[in-house]
Design a protein around this ligand. Sequence first.
Ligand SMILES: [Zn+2]
Length: 109
Amino acid sequence: MNPYEPPKSQNPPVSFLNADTHPVTCPHCNEAFRGAPKKTFLGFQQYNCPACSQKFKYPLSRGYRITYWVLLLGSFVTMVNKPGAQPNLFTLLMAIAVISDLYLMWKRR
Ligand SMILES: [Zn+2]
């Protein structure tokens, strides 16, 4: 037991609750709810629907999207400038992230 630990019975302030939850709509059953996303490996936001308990993903947040595009284009430029260079795992991951993101955005139109 850590005596310096603050008591856990207190409710967090409302602003804290709202900071991490987003209004989302479940693509499986169309239930609208507020949920806190779980970040998956590449930065996608994964939600659990409280109504049908299906998991679904949302596209990347803007910061992630820009970062991945810049990194992907950067490694393409490197490959073009160095003939014979093979795409590495890093480039592959960036490509997967960008393609999955485009797919998720396309699905949600
Ligand atoms: Zn649902």
